[in-house]
Design a protein around this ligand. Structure first.
Ligand code: NAG
Ligand code: NAG
Ligand code: NAG
Ligand code: NAG
Ligand code: NAG
Ligand code: NAG
Ligand code: NAG
Length: 372
């Protein structure tokens, strides 16, 4: 690793803010879904924020303070807050451990449980907002899931970290402090679900992970950020507004989601993937197309045959990080518009679960983009 001396100095200054967590014994696994009071005394004049911890890098430890890959998930919600005692001067905190996994292992049991519990929590008058701690890899999917299913004017803030808690210059502690600050902030009302990391405040609707490794990974290049933290105060650029195309789904009585797979297009894409996916139980398929929703002609033919034979909705998205798949009335595929493959999947799962038919699904996707 090479640093210029200037770089080292500025990194070092930032370091004094957040002391790395000492390696600690893995916390006794607290009963999942059980309410934990994080501090002993409630200060009734402070807002109340509830943290739902799911695991991820923010809850991980390496074997040394320089290890930033290959670390292990294992810290509990209490340990996350213990690293940032300043949080308890901003808010009363209660916590729930929902899971303790890397975010690639977040499944529908966890998403639905989170959605149901958060809805219930936000319905309590004394609760100002909630925070979800989560791995960054699929954080945007959980955030979008909450955006579509929670439907509260109170803030839902999703937060993670790119460096484990034991790393030099770990980003988790300050990210968590900012997430709780945001969840407790009256300015954060009516903005749906937000993602905050690295001082930025983004909308769950458009924010996406852009870099697999660096701290400055979450942003929304086209729709912009909602706001920024300046000296730990959330500052918003916009008045609250819903994204065009936002729909809320009532998942209250839902315990299983429709299976939707994502297929990744590439040169000479194998046509067998579509049938294989359907044979494995997919009720909907999203493909991450080349360019604006394209694939090889043989794959496209196989997808169309599958659609003709089964009526399984097939959604065309894009594998490029940014961009848009335009409407095409001639095509059998439903176009994703601005939704990237992982967000298109969440939307399609919810629509199928609620019982939307093909035409309704097409309209649902079309709500977010301009028609010709
Ligand atoms: C409770 O919170 C208020 C508002 O921040 C603060 O002024 C007060 O000192 C706190 N009380 C205690 C006992 O910490
Ligand atoms: C926080 O919750 C306590 C009860 O646990 C309540 O007395 C207090 O009023 C709440 N704080 C706010 C600002 O609503
Ligand atoms: C919390 O606030 C109290 C009273 O203002 C202060 O004495 C204490 O140092 C603060 N604790 C932290 C961890 O910031
Ligand atoms: C989802 O993951 C949790 C925790 O790892 C597990 O308990 C649950 O059974 C999983 N659900 C499904 C449907 O696989
Ligand atoms: C969402 O909340 C609004 C306002 O409370 C309500 O009118 C609407 O019916 C809710 N939608 C769903 C799907 O629950
Ligand atoms: C896929 O399955 C459909 C029927 O479900 C069949 O008509 C089609 O020939 C199959 N395509 C491929 C490429 O195997
Ligand atoms: C699918 O069905 C449409 C409408 O009936 C037809 O025009 C098209 O040729 C079929 N496509 C394939 C690949 O069989």
């Amino acid at each position: 690793m090479k640093f210029s001396s200037v770089h080292v100095l500025s990194t070092f200054t930032a370091l004094t803010l957040a002391t790395p967590i000492e390696l600690v014994a893995r916390q006794e696994v607290h009963h999942l879904f059980e309410r934990q009071d994080i501090q002993t005394a409630i200060n009734a004049s402070l807002p109340n924020v509830t943290i739902f911890a799911t695991g991820g890098t923010i809850a991980s430890q390496g074997s040394s303070n320089t290890q930033t890959v290959g670390y292990q998930v294992g810290l509990g919600v209490q340990q996350l807050v213990d690293a940032v005692p300043e949080i308890l001067n901003i808010s009363n905190i209660a916590g729930y451990q929902i899971s303790n996994v890397g975010s690639g292992s977040i499944n529908e049991t966890i998403s639905l449980k989170l959605s149901h519990m958060i809805k219930e929590e936000l319905a309590k008058e004394e609760i100002a907002g909630v925070v979800i701690t989560h791995g960054t890899d699929t954080l945007e999917e959980t955030a979008f899931f909450m955006e579509l299913s929670v439907n509260s004017s109170k803030p839902v803030v999703c937060v993670g970290a790119m460096r484990p808690a034991t790393a030099l210059s770990a980003d988790g502690p300050l990210n968590l402090l900012q997430a709780v600050t945001l969840a407790a902030s009256p300015n954060a009302m009516d903005r749906g679900t937000m993602i905050t990391l690295n001082d930025r405040i983004g909308s769950a609707f458009y924010t996406t992970k852009n870099n697999a490794n660096s701290l400055d990974t979450f942003f929304s290049t086209e729709a912009g950020q909602l706001g920024v933290f300046i000296n730990q105060i959330p500052y918003f650029y916009y008045a609250p507004a819903d994204p065009i195309g936002l729909v809320h789904f009532d998942l209250t009585d839902i315990s299983d989601l429709a299976q939707v797979d994502i297929l990744y297009a590439h040169q000479d894409m194998d046509p067998a993937l579509f049938n294989a996916s359907a044979a494995a139980g997919a009720q909907g398929i999203v493909f991450a197309g080349v360019g604006a929703g394209g694939m090889s002609s043989k794959a496209s033919l196989a997808a169309e045959e599958l659609f003709n034979a089964t009526g399984i909705p097939i959604v065309a998205s894009h594998r490029s990080a940014d961009g848009f798949v335009p409407a095409d009335d001639e095509d059998f595929a439903i176009v994703s518009g601005f939704y990237n493959p992982q967000k298109a999947r969440v939307l399609l799962q919810m629509a199928l679960t609620i019982g939307y038919e093909y035409e309704e699904i097409k309209e649902l996707f079309a709500k977010s983009y301009p028609m010709p």
